[in-house]
Design a protein around this ligand. Structure first.
Ligand code: ZN
Ligand code: ZN
Length: 232
């Protein structure tokens, strides 16, 4: 984006990326028109009620309970919105999308607002310092402000830097995540028997999520859901 375009965008009113109507970056009508993500089980990819992991897919190694996804990353409007938010640090795009994310969450869970806690996937401290913008934390803060939901960024810490998971084999992924996360017992004890919701923009491999879910489930967390804007 040229610097002139950037400033033009700053003063211009918000417009829907699809129909160019003013008001939101993606209007409700356009969201409804584009391809919704079908409710499937993240393990076997077959249809499942409210994105639940089928009980027969929950072998001893699957620790999370649902992966709730708003839309397809293949959709070019969704892809552009997420990319602009990430690379141009457009918090306002994520704030608009968070409203749809919330509606999707409400229609996919049975828990009440006071039974859930939002958390982000932790980043290694120097990576976080270098990036200074964590889209997962922006989404969470927007949801917490708008809908008065509890959140906590201190529960899980990443104590080692890891290689990007997408380039590794299944076994390498697991090895890559060995002893990478630790949790803060004091913080975690505040939320005994609550449902934790990990919020992110795009679904990556679920090995990381599963490692975090494993740690949390060993420590009185009732359920772990993953809530994402898009997935392939
Ligand atoms: Zn529109
Ligand atoms: Zn399944």
């Amino acid at each position: 984006m040229r610097i002139v375009d950037f400033f033009k965008d700053l003063i211009a009113p918000k417009k829907c990326y699809s129909c160019h109507k003013e008001w939101l970056f993606l209007c409700k009508e356009c969201l409804e028109e584009i391809w919704y993500f079908e409710s499937i089980c993240p393990v076997c990819k077959q249809s499942s009620r409210n994105f639940e992991v089928h009980f027969y897919c929950k072998n001893d190694f699957v620790y999370f309970d649902k992966v709730i996804i708003l839309n397809h990353y293949k959709n070019k409007i969704i892809k552009k919105l997420i990319k602009d938010a990430k690379f141009y640090h457009r918090k306002d795009i994520l704030q608009d999308l968070s409203i749809y994310l919330w509606n999707k969450l409400l229609s996919s869970i049975d828990e009440k607002n006071d039974e859930i806690v939002l958390i982000s996937i932790p980043m290694f401290f120097w990576k976080k310092m270098l990036r200074w913008y964590n889209q997962s934390e922006v989404l969470i803060k927007s949801l917490a402000d708008k809908f008065n939901i509890k959140y906590n960024f201190k529960i899980i810490k990443k104590i080692k830097s890891t290689k990007p998971q997408s380039h590794l084999s299944k076994i390498e992924r697991l090895e890559n995540l060995q002893n990478v996360f630790i949790f803060n017992k004091k913080e975690l004890q505040k939320y005994k028997h609550k449902t934790f919701i990990i919020v992110d923009d795009v679904v990556s491999t679920w090995t990381t999520l599963n490692e975090i879910a494993k740690l949390l489930k060993q420590n009185w967390v009732k359920k772990i859901y993953w809530l994402c804007l898009a997935s392939d």
